[in-house]
Design a protein around this ligand. Structure first.
Ligand code: HGY
Ligand code: MN
Ligand code: MN
Ligand code: MN
Length: 411
């Protein structure tokens, strides 16, 4: 099959339509999982999949699944990504891979190409961290990584995930029963924006992902003593807020000690929030990331120590919980080399890469061979309104996705 340039204006108009299905009270493009906007986003993707000729269904975990039957049946190639965003996010994270996968289906059908494999497109439910401490929820449900403890997790209002799921049309019992039969899946491919500066810095068009970062999420709860800010001498305080602040700085200094390692304290809360009150309680939620699992374990140990030291020296109590412990995920040969060969055969420049971002691909990798294709992010920005990728930079990614599907189908 010759190189077919996907219909750019279709992609652009669908990207624009999805960009309207957001919470306009929030900055950027916000379509958080478990919101009415997320339902609208997945419904829109379902409509596009139907119009593209896919046989569609929504599984017990809210994943939208479309199938284009192949000639032989019995074997599958799976494509997919997500439509939910972070708060104040952008228009391209996840969405590029969803629209790109649907575009591949259209191009195959418009050119009367019938694969041997069934082609399965998945819009994964809830890829971004939700208010219950989980991310990649849909892909974890498909791979059997959720259980009743997942359902009992609560948000800051004390509401459980089991109580929240039905608002998104998800029955908690069906959620637990949403395992997918990956024994038929030859490979899973995810097209995604890089969300970092490397491709732009190197002047390359296609990123061939070799490893997806490990991610360790933590939640630290500090309990001190509420006091008057003016009358309480410094040496008698039990200031939960200062213990938390010291721990935040420890996250930063530990992460600065590694290679390609990251440490972020994305959520911090003082209670009460009063300028003239020594805080009784404080919470810090954050994460470490990196390509080396042993570094991540060491970082976890060092931060647990640092949180205890910051608490002990102030007479504050600390509870440290590690809510996610995802090891780095090496992606699979011959999928990655097939992506690289396809990019070169299509005349696109390419680079092999480490992904500092987590992806559903990292979860699916436990069940089948996985490859990821990156396209550049302008100024390396993502998870912010400035997130942007030129359409001219997305099209090569869709072409590589299409041609990789054809090559894997022919294996
Ligand atoms: O957080 C991440 O790395 C991904 O964008 N969900
Ligand atoms: Mn993201
Ligand atoms: Mn993403
Ligand atoms: Mn992803």
């Amino acid at each position: 099959m010759s190189t077919i340039n996907p219909v750019a204006q279709r992609f652009e108009s669908e990207l624009a339509e999805l960009a309207t299905l957001v919470d306009s009270d929030r900055p950027g493009w916000t379509r958080r999982a478990l919101s009415e906007f997320d339902i609208a986003g997945r419904d829109y993707a379902l409509t596009l999949m139907k119009h593209a000729g896919l046989a569609t269904r929504v599984d017990g975990a809210g994943n939208v699944i479309g199938v284009l039957p192949g000639r032989l049946g019995g074997r599958e190639i799976m494509l997919g990504s997500h439509t939910d965003t972070v708060d104040g996010g952008g228009r391209f994270d996840g969405i590029t891979g969803v629209l790109g996968a649907i575009e591949v289906v259209r191009l195959l059908r418009e050119n009367d190409v019938r694969l041997d494999h069934d082609l399965v497109v998945v819009v994964f439910f809830n890829e971004e961290p939700n208010d219950f401490g989980f991310f990649c929820v849909g892909s974890r449900a498909m791979t059997g990584l959720v259980d009743r403890t997942t359902l009992t997790a609560t948000d800051t209002d004390g509401r459980s995930l089991a109580e929240a799921l039905p608002d998104s049309g998800i029955d908690p019992e069906a959620f637990l029963d949403a395992r997918y039969d990956f024994s038929k899946v030859t490979a899973f491919l995810e097209l995604h924006i890089e969300q970092g500066p490397e491709l732009e810095r190197m002047g390359k068009q296609i990123g061939v992902v070799e490893t997806i970062t490990g991610i360790n999420h933590f939640k630290a709860l500090f309990t001190g003593r509420q006091d008057h800010a003016g009358t309480t001498p410094m040496d008698v305080r039990a200031d939960a807020g200062c213990a938390a602040a010291g721990t935040v700085l420890a996250v930063e200094s530990i992460a600065e000690s590694g290679t390609n390692t990251r440490g972020t304290s994305g959520q911090i809360q003082f209670t009460p929030e009063a300028v003239n009150v020594v805080s009784a309680n404080a919470s810090v939620e954050g994460e470490f990331r990196g390509p080396d699992g042993s570094w991540l374990q060491e970082a976890q140990r060092r931060l647990t120590d640092a949180a205890s030291q910051n608490a002990d020296k102030r007479g504050v109590h600390v509870e440290m919980e590690w809510t996610t412990d995802d090891a780095p995920v090496p992606l699979h040969e011959p999928i990655t080399s097939t992506i690289a060969e396809v990019a070169t055969d299509l005349g696109h420049t390419r680079a092999t890469m480490f992904s500092g971002a987590g992806h559903d691909a990292g979860i699916i990798a436990a069940k089948t061979q996985v490859g990821m294709i990156f396209v550049p992010s302008r100024d390396g920005r993502s998870h912010c309104p400035e997130e942007f990728t030129e359409l001219a930079d997305i099209l090569p990614g869709i072409e590589v996705l299409l041609q990789t599907v054809l090559r894997l189908d022919g294996v």
